[in-house]
Design a protein around this ligand. Sequence first.
Ligand SMILES: Cc1cc2nc3c(=O)[nH]c(=O)nc-3n(C[C@H](O)[C@H](O)[C@H](O)COP(=O)(O)OP(=O)(O)OC[C@H]3O[C@@H](n4cnc5c(N)ncnc54)[C@H](O)[C@@H]3O)c2cc1C
Length: 303
Amino acid sequence: MPDLEKLLKKIDFLSYEKSVPLSKYTTWKVGGPAEFFAMVSSEKALLELIEITVENSTPIFVIGNGSNLLVSDSGLRGVVIRLSGELARVLCGEEEVFAGGGALLSQVIVEATRSGLSGLEFAFGIPGTIGGGVMTNAGAFSGRVSDVLANIRALDMNGRTKMYESFTGRYREPLIPPDEIVIGASFKMIKDSKEKVEKRLDEVRAKRKKTQPWGMATAGSVFKNPESAFAGELIEKCGLKGKRVGGAKISETHANFIINTGDASASDIYALIELARSAVAERFGVVLELEVQLVGFSSEVVG
Ligand SMILES: Cc1cc2nc3c(=O)[nH]c(=O)nc-3n(C[C@H](O)[C@H](O)[C@H](O)COP(=O)(O)OP(=O)(O)OC[C@H]3O[C@@H](n4cnc5c(N)ncnc54)[C@H](O)[C@@H]3O)c2cc1C
């Protein structure tokens, strides 16, 4: 088998490092090393990388802003890919915004507001990228990414470009097949005054600050809300607010958030997840489903 590193070196618009701690790239600030961590800044480079990794049966994992991931302490084999450059740009039109898969939602909201475009205010404070938002159908305060999307451009593992224009928009479910890579997406927006958009953003910020731990190392809500209940309320009723394992703690502000207080490992966080899940199952007979994604917890890379 050809040396993967030699092949990576040949790709223009791709830079890589070896053995990169993924704790640097996750909002929980945990996660062991990626064998290779590649920053890819052009569609052509991404295509070449897919071709090489498929040919060599090398596992890949596309990371966004790492804000919905629990990466194991043992890390990931293969190549972790992050989109940058032209794959992370934001362009505003008359009533539309286009953003690359690697662009941050916050960056899209800033640019849209500057251009007097409304539609994504609900997503203010979600610290993810467009790719991550599409793969989790991110949402808050009764808005979801799928409500505002016009189309998604993606790449499959055969190197084919796909265009999606309609979405089922299920709660926290990927909007496209999970093994495809989001290259970019367009959002249908509404013209509005910059001041009015800013006012709505302030309201969302205030709501978030009041109800969620703000500025802490978390990955947002750990569990999905089961039908007709809130995961946080169920965990709170089990008396688990403030519960600690190692450096991980269930938030006192919102029991569906786990905080890395400084030196947590992924296994500390995982232990708290299991503790909350079994307490809720025992007390209420409800099996909570994870909203965060576990990565690298088995011998295979989950991708
Ligand atoms: C403080 C805080 C608040 C949060 N609030 C909310 C909230 O209100 N609502 C909500 O829905 N979520 C919330 N989250 C969770 C998280 O921000 C979202 O799920 C977000 O959409 C994840 O985006 P990401 O770029 O960080 O994706 P990552 O966590 O990096 O990845 C998530 C998944 O997307 C895949 N992925 C990422 N980019 C691509 C791509 N280009 N192509 C293909 N696959 C890709 C990854 O492989 C992975 O499967 C919050 C998180 C934090 C830390």
